[in-house]
Structures are given as structure tokens and as C-alpha cells.
Design a protein around this ligand. Structure first.
Ligand code: IMP
Ligand code: MG
Length: 209
């Protein structure tokens, strides 16, 4: 029966997509030491984060200000879980020049657009390390006249050496002080397309600092 064949071929299609995402792993496999946080744990945590964020904006309006490029995957998965009247703006900040693994003084490469005055702004980044990037972007939103500014990161590195570091208002996972790639995060602009958060073979541990 035609409808029956349709129902039975749909799951097979999904399975093939999973296979091809594993092939993207294959390309990188010589460089990857292992998976730190698999995609299903990321998805489950995003559900929780999205609920907390939604509750924090009872007025139902939110402007996200996302830091390119690392937050791209997190951003796209998060906003589809937020049932709010939502605007998205981006800012591009350079923290890690080329293949460095310790962040420098961040500088603004692409400034936010002009629609922040009077908005409730949630700054989004992939990972909080020294905190300088998030502070810089929070400052940009405040200078622009946002009505409120809060911050959200997928990951926060445990930095016992920086006791006064800023905390994000919303954090997905706290991790040890190690260099991670995948799910948008890069090293030398590679590995962003890995579906899981992974550790690099040669950079496990707080390299470069
Ligand atoms: P911070 O300014 O020291 O907090 O550094 C945060 C920025 O550095 C993030 O926006 C990331 O782009 C980058 N970063 C920090 N740690 C990592 C990492 O482990 N992998 C990839 N990028 C990182
Ligand atoms: Mg970044």
C-alpha cells in the first residue's frame, strides 16, 4: 500500500541523515580526542534553558544579540525553542586570532545594528572563558540604550584562577578549563560543523595560557 510505504520510508530517511553526520566526524577523526557533550544532551539542556529564558521575559518581547561566529549553531537551535516576539541582531568580535587558544583583548569587527534602544536584550555567546568578550558586548548593548541586558552562554569554563570573573545570567553547561570544538565552536575556523561538543587530541587541557 502506498501510504504504508511512505510511513516506513520516512524513518529510513532520518537514519541516513544521522549516517552523514557521522561521516563529518570521520573527516575530523584524526584530530578529535573524544566527545565531551553529545548532541542529545545539548538538545535536552537547550529545552531547559529555553524554558528559563522564556519565563524571564514575561512581556513576551526579546532582542537577541548574538556573537558571531561561534554562537551560530547554538543561536539557531535556541531561538526555535523561544515562543516570544523575537528579534535577532549580531555582533562580530574577534577574541582568538587565527589559531590561538587563549583569548586576547577582544575587539569589535562588526557592530550591532541600530535597533537596540529601549529593547530587552539577551547577549548570546558560545562560551565564557575570561569573560572579556561577554562584557564587551554587554557594554555595547548598554551604550546603545537597551532597556535591559542579560547574558546567555552555552558553555562556561571553570576558571578558578579568575575568581572575579563575570557570570552569565543563563549557562548551559559548566566545563573544565579545556579547549572545546564543535557545535559552532572552532579551532582555526574548523570543526564548527561537528554535531557534538568535542575535545581536540592535541589541545586537551588549558592549552596556550
Ligand atoms: P573570553 O573573552 O576569554 O571569555 O573568550 C570567549 C571567546 O573565546 C568565545 O566567544 C569563543 O569564541 C572563544 N573561545 C573561548 N574558549 C574557547 C574554546 O574552548 N573553543 C573555541 N572557542 C573558544
Ligand atoms: Mg567567540
Amino acid at each position: 500500500m502506498g501510504w504504508r510505504r511512505f510511513l516506513w520510508t520516512a524513518p529510513a530517511g532520518i537514519a541516513r541523515m544521522e549516517d552523514s553526520s557521522l561521516i563529518s566526524h570521520e573527516v575530523y577523526s584524526p584530530d578529535i580526542a573524544g566527545v565531551l557533550i553529545p548532541r542529545h544532551r545539548i538538545a535536552a539542556r537547550l529545552d531547559e534553558l529555553a524554558r528559563s529564558i522564556t519565563e524571564a521575559y514575561p512581556g513576551g518581547e526579546l532582542t537577541i544579540l548574538a556573537a558571531l561566529t561561534g554562537s551560530l549553531v547554538f543561536l539557531s537551535d535556541l531561538i526555535r525553542r523561544l515562543p516570544l516576539r523575537l528579534r535577532v541582531d549580531v555582533v562580530r568580535v574577534s577574541s582568538y586570532p587565527h589559531e590561538a587558544t587563549a583569548s586576547r583583548e577582544p575587539s569589535v569587527l562588526i557592530a550591532p545594528g541600530g535597533d537596540l534602544p529601549g529593547r530587552h536584550v539577551l547577549v548570546i555567546d558560545d562560551i565564557l572563558d575570561s569573560g572579556k568578550t561577554l562584557e564587551l558586548i554587554r557594554g555595547l548593548a548598554m551604550e546603545a540604550g537597551a532597556a535591559s541586558v542579560r547574558t546567555c552562554v552555552l558553555l562556561a569554563k571553570r576558571r578558578d584562577d579568575l575568581p572575579g570573573r563575570v557570570a552569565a545570567d543563563f549557562t548551559g553547561f559548566e566545563i573544565d578549563d579545556q579547549f572545546v570544538v564543535g557545535y559552532g565552536l572552532d579551532y582555526g575556523d574548523l570543526y564548527r560543523n561537528l554535531p557534538d561538543l568535542c575535545l581536540l587530541r592535541d589541545l586537551a587541557g588549558g592549552a596556550g595560557r
